[in-house]
Design a protein around this ligand. Structure first.
Ligand SMILES: [Zn+2]
Length: 231
């Protein structure tokens, strides 16, 4: 059922939800990235470690580890993934550890011990081993599963319609995706990809960030405890 943007706006004003923003695929500073960072909301920037340039880390944001090299290693019949079932878990962990080391060498403590896997995909058996290399958080998409020792804080609203020319998904679809979590008084994770936004996506973000009601939380806060204070 269609959900009007106006109804969503009214509900957000009433319930004052926690919102947060994860932006994926950063490697270098580009005009599109500068545009995203010019808004007055905290950004969790998911960086491709093996491609990241040092200048990126001059930005005052929280950095998440977006896999290692963002290369699709899926076997035939497997969905796109950097971490295919055929790769031994110790090998995948070692790649992740090395890439994390590279990130931390450039970003220091702005780099959170959190992996946001490319295509939001990491098999459970691998995710469960992340604490062995010092990673304590995971950010994917949709409903979060419980994983012992790993705090999962997912995004739920990807504003890009990937299979439809990478256009903006539209106000009604964005409202529909977010509303479930607003009604549950749970944080809503907005997922953006600055490099591919069309004019409608940028215009939407301007309106989203100007909404009265939501409290925009930083990733450091969300990953430090399970239930952000309800305000
Ligand atoms: Zn990505």
């Amino acid at each position: 059922m269609a959900l009007s943007w106006d109804r969503f706006v009214a509900e957000v004003e009433r319930r004052k939800p926690v919102f947060w923003l994860r932006d994926d695929d950063a490697a270098t500073v580009t005009p599109a990235l500068e545009r995203l960072l010019s808004f007055a909301v905290p950004v969790a920037l998911a960086v491709i470690p093996d491609l990241a340039e040092p200048s990126l880390f001059e930005k005052n944001v929280a950095f998440l580890q977006h896999g290692c090299d963002h290369r699709n290693r899926a076997a035939t019949g497997e969905k796109k993934t950097e971490f295919p079932a055929t790769e031994a878990i110790p090998d995948a962990l070692e790649r992740l550890r090395r890439s994390r080391e590279r990130l931390v060498s450039m970003g220091g403590d702005k780099v959170l011990p959190v992996v946001a896997p490319p295509w939001n995909r990491m098999r459970r058996e691998l995710a469960a081993e992340l604490p062995r290399i010092g990673i304590r958080g995971l950010s994917g998409y949709g409903e979060a599963e419980s994983l012992p020792g790993v705090l999962q804080v997912n995004t739920q609203v990807d504003i890009v319609a990937w299979r439809d020319g990478k256009r903006f998904i539209g106000d009604e679809e964005a409202a529909r995706l977010a509303m479930t979590y607003v009604l549950r008084n749970q944080p809503v994770g907005w997922l953006t990809h600055h490099a591919v936004h069309d004019a409608a996506a940028w215009e939407f973000l301007e309106r989203l960030f100007a909404l009265r009601g939501p409290r925009w939380a930083g990733a450091a806060e969300l990953f430090s405890y399970n239930r952000p204070a309800h305000v």
